[in-house]
Design a protein around this ligand. Sequence first.
Ligand SMILES: [Zn+2]
Length: 306
Amino acid sequence: MSKQSFELLILGSTAASPSSDRNSSAQLLNIAERYCLIDCGEATQIQLRKFKAKFQAIDHVFISHLHGDHFFGLPGLLSSMHLLGRKQTLYIYGPENLKKMMDLLFEVSETQLNYSIQWVFTNAKGKNLLFEDEKIEVYSFPLKHRIQCTGFLFKEKNLPRKIDKFLMEKHKLSQADINLLKNGEDVMNADGLFIKNAEVTLDPPKARTYAYCSDTIFDLNVVDYIKNADVLYHESTFLNDMHERATKTFHSTAQQAATIAKAAEVNHLILGHFSARYRKIEEFLSEAKTIFEACELATDGKKIKI
Ligand SMILES: [Zn+2]
């Protein structure tokens, strides 16, 4: 069984104002062919075009918090989806005030969308299940920022066990037996033969997780929510030389992001949300690697397999 798709596209990697080569925060995650947009900084729709992403395939939009560099692209994106004839419902997950803002915007511009929006409000209390279907689960968890802010955890569901086709025929297993075996149970076949699960099945590929830590002060409380993630994105707005400014503005440094990755025992770390004051972002990588080796920098257009 080949693994199902689980891939991240970085659409924006800078903090605050966009520059000519780095747009503000946005990522597109394809998890089991569910397209999730994570944050939506200004001009995210242009980035989607530029990197040839499936624009109308996006059914879920997750907004971490209401600082402009994380959602100013949303009105334009929603309008374009309307103009391009979208019909299917769009699910938006974010703070309640986001809906208020969008409602006012549509009211004053007398806009009536062709499609409906299903809102799911986030809150900063603990871990919350936002979305679930037969293949994936998405949770929010609290981050510590100047305003309400949540991270997001995207999880594959456990895949069924793989059954050896040759043994399946040899033991004359019925569909009901197969269903039980896929769930890890033992069965008795039509001949009354007891078949242990381990004799005829193989482990499925491991279910993978992606954790997104948007704007946050260095906070070890987050470790519990993102423990053992396959890939962690963690903001690193500053280098350690500006750790006081990081604390004051409720942001993190590259060293702090790496410390979180190490404590959470994740496999891989992506750094992003770099302050425009730094011209050479390579320094973020070298600073983080002194603490956590398996890391890379988010750059616009980069694709990362989970
Ligand atoms: Zn912010």
